[in-house]
Design a binder for this molecule. Structure first.
Ligand code: A3P
Length: 295
């Protein structure tokens, strides 16, 4: 199949974006959220797929084996702002409006101030997943290499520079994680999860998630969920590992790449790390939001 040319990054109301996430803007902004929706938000590469699968299993694994065996995760958990041309085209809003199951689990990478207003009116549960900046940058670099629907990443050092400048699809990591953190301080319907905590103790974080959602799975069911979402099991599972997504080129890199905390140490030079840390301190001052870059 001939690959389409890579999209261009442009400034969209102060946030770097590509057309695939802005072309459906009016429909996204007018999206009608429902009180029983579950919105799963994150900056790209924070572990959104991992948590979507956890949520899908918690809500639906008992109901339908067909769903688990034959429907790719990205169809079960539509991506709100996505509009991908093609035959047929993929529109997150259309997919969500067609879903017959409830609750609807909705994926978004929007910074908090871009979230459609009906979410704040209907007050559904919102889960935000955050991952430390250094591992996010590395994961995003490899993702942009293999995702033909993303801008060309260039080499690692220029990519890292653009990450620091916030010139990534969905903008600045710093603004994203801080914007959602600040919103969470005044909204009891937001749960803020950390990728590093999930790696450290998946069972503990699963319990936090369940209590936030008001779910009480049996111990047996929890065990099954934890087993299914293990990195190596997800990596082998065609329905969740991205291999059915046509824009991803697995010859370049796997989508489920390493699944670790601290892989940044294999990419950052000493000089890059020093520059990054210095800039990080400035951008992240005046916040009590803290990340772990090693465990
Ligand atoms: P790496 O590239 O560091 O391996 P997203 O789903 O938000 O795009 O995030 C993708 C990142 O989450 C990738 O990181 C991927 O490997 C990691 N990931 C996905 N499922 C995971 C799991 N079950 N356990 C640990 N990491 C996982």
């Amino acid at each position: 199949m001939e690959q389409p040319s890579r999209p261009v990054l442009f400034d969209f109301h102060g946030v770097s974006m590509t057309k695939y996430f802005t072309d459906n803007w009016d429909n996204v902004q007018n999206f009608k959220a429902r009180p029983d929706d579950v919105l799963l938000a994150s900056f790209p590469k924070a572990g959104n797929t991992w948590v979507s699968y956890v949520l899908d299993l918690l809500y639906f694994s008992q109901m339908s084996a067909t769903r688990q065996d034959s429907v790719p995760l990205h169809e079960r958990v539509p991506f709100l702002e996505l509009l991908m041309p093609g035959i047929p085209s993929v529109s997150g809003v259309d997919e969500l409006n067609k879903l017959t199951t409830s609750p609807r689990i909705i994926k978004t990478h929007l910074p908090v101030h871009f979230v459609p207003k009906s979410f704040w009116e209907q007050n559904p549960k919102i889960i935000y997943v955050a991952r430390n900046a250094k591992d996010t940058a590395v994961s995003y670099f490899h993702f942009d290499r293999m995702n033909t629907a993303q801008p060309e990443p260039g080499d690692w050092s220029s990519f890292l520079q653009r990450f620091i400048e916030g010139k990534m699809v969905f903008g600045s990591w710093y603004d994203h994680v801080r914007g959602w953190w600040d919103k969470k301080q005044t909204s009891s319907n937001i749960l803020y999860l950390f990728y590093e905590d999930m790696i450290e103790d998946t069972e503990r974080e699963l319990s936090r998630l369940c209590s936030f959602l008001g779910l009480s799975p049996t111990a047996e069911m929890k065990k099954q969920v934890i087993e299914k979402v293990l990195f190596n099991n997800m990596r082998k599972n065609q329905m969740v590992n991205g291999s059915l997504d046509e824009v991803l080129d697995f010859k370049i890199s796997p989508f489920m790449r390493k699944g670790k905390v601290g892989d940044w140490r294999n990419h950052f030079t000493i000089a890059q790390n020093e520059q990054f840390d210095e800039d990080y301190k400035k951008k992240m001052k005046n916040t009590n939001l803290e990340f772990r870059t090693v465990l």
